[in-house]
Design a protein around this ligand. Sequence first.
Ligand code: NI
Ligand code: MN
Length: 230
Amino acid sequence: MSTRIQWLGHACLLIESDGRRVLIDPFLTGNPMAAARPEDVEADVILVSHGHEDHLGDTLAIARRTGATVVANYELGSWLKGQGLTKVHGMQHGGGCQVDESVHVKLTVAFHGSTLPGGGYGGNPCGFLVTFKDGTRIYDAADTGLFGDMKLIGEEGLDLAILPIGDYFTMGPADSIRAVKLLQPRAVLPIHYNTFPPIKQDVHAWAERVREETAATPLVPEPGGWSDVG
Ligand code: NI
Ligand code: MN
């Protein structure tokens, strides 16, 4: 297997598998932690968890330049089509889609808000369960609080769980440890922390708790750093 993931700061991630590049929540412009410029990022598929600016981010510009297929919820998908994008899957929670021969995406529930730019209704936010051709399965919870049905998601067998740990807008470090216990992934990667003052966290203390209290391996890349998954 050869699947690897790059943290680009905040909730933005790039996954490479089987020559395919999946970009998640590409908030780069205005992101003080951004490890790439939007004009330099390549993508075949872009996943957008909800309409808040720190997730939708540079989606339009990157999709227009790269021709990437965008996956989002139905309401956000409709809005993206209204902006001129044509390769859009507007899905809903629990639904899955084989985006191309290498990438399968299922939308999962997330407890959070979602508005479109300008304040319009953005539907319900989501997380993503992504399965690659090599069998690697990655769950990105995106912005959410802890919920017990993470146990059901974990039953699918996860190589990696991506969890917010920032607190304030999402679950914090303590609840993320409980999430790891429900999900039982082989590895866990923290996102949505240290970007802004309200979500500042000690990620190394968090990683120590993961090692001591769960069976998962914590992956803590610097912004721009890569981690092997598959
Ligand atoms: Ni949000
Ligand atoms: Mn957010």
